[in-house]
Design a protein around this ligand. Structure first.
Ligand SMILES: Cc1cc2nc3c(=O)[nH]c(=O)nc-3n(C[C@H](O)[C@H](O)[C@H](O)COP(=O)(O)O)c2cc1C
Length: 229
């Protein structure tokens, strides 16, 4: 993978809002596994990061299908809803609309952020691999690639076609991290939450963000990881 230009130390200086650690952009697209993205937002808030959120139209449908979470589409109301469910401080979460080309993520001259597309549909995967930039999620990922910033994609589909696999290979070669929503079972998960946290912990590891969701390999288990992110 290409070296990230967004080390936590440098990013902290580039943070837009005072008092928060570096911004992380989280885009939820319409693959199954909305819970991974929602839990990631909670974990980033708990870790005191500024969180910039984009949710595609299809992702709203998946969230309504897979969860009991009710989220409005309008960005200001979405910001309020996500802030309230994650306990975010004022200004910690900012949500952007599908075509908000003035958002900081829309240009390389905007404040740098790491970006995670979680979950990542095969449609968005394809658009990002091809540089389509037809909406703000695709454009933000394009910016992350061209600026050599951290970009983590969490695809979920099964089985994968040659098209999906070729896009994943080309994105890996461009410096993105492909982190499939494929939780392991060696930590003996007792619940779906444990499976979700397995993936969210891996994403936080990629971002260089400390957490206690799961012990790292070779460490002894914490008493209750979900209590202390
Ligand atoms: C309930 C539901 C589950 C879906 N699951 C997946 C999936 O796991 N993977 C995938 O790539 N697409 C899945 N799709 C299809 C995508 O949502 C669809 O291709 C959409 O155009 C993606 O748009 P987006 O990338 O802009 O969010 C699902 C759709 C729905 C409604």
């Amino acid at each position: 993978m290409a070296e990230s230009h967004l080390s936590p130390q440098r990013s902290a200086q580039g943070s837009v809002a005072e008092g928060f650690a570096f911004p992380v952009t989280v885009a939820l697209t319409g693959a199954s596994g909305a819970q991974y993205g929602l839990r990631l937002i909670e974990a980033l808030v708990a870790a005191n990061h500024e969180v910039w959120v984009m949710i595609s139209k299809a992702a709203h449908l998946v969230i309504a299908t897979e969860t009991d979470v009710k989220l409005p589409a309008q960005p200001e109301r979405l910001t309020d809803a996500l802030s309230s469910r994650s306990g975010a401080r004022p200004g910690q979460i900012r949500c952007f609309a599908r075509e908000d080309w003035m958002a900081p993520v829309a240009s390389g001259s905007g404040a740098p952020s790491a970006m995670v597309v979680c979950p990542c549909s095969t449609g968005s995967l394809s658009a990002i691999a091809c540089g389509a930039s037809n909406n703000l999620i695709e454009r933000a990922a394009d910016v992350a690639l061209k600026e050599r910033r951290t970009l983590v994609l969490v695809p979920r589909e099964t089985p994968f076609s040659a098209i999906h696999l070729e896009h994943m290979l080309s994105l890996t070669r461009m410096g993105a991290v492909i982190l499939p929503a494929a939780p392991g079972f060696y930590h003996q998960p007792a619940s779906i939450d444990d499976l979700i946290d397995f993936i969210v912990a891996r994403i936080l590891n990629q971002l260089g963000i400390e957490h206690r969701l799961m012990p790292r390999w070779g460490e002894s288990p914490a008493s209750d990881g979900r209590e202390g992110i």
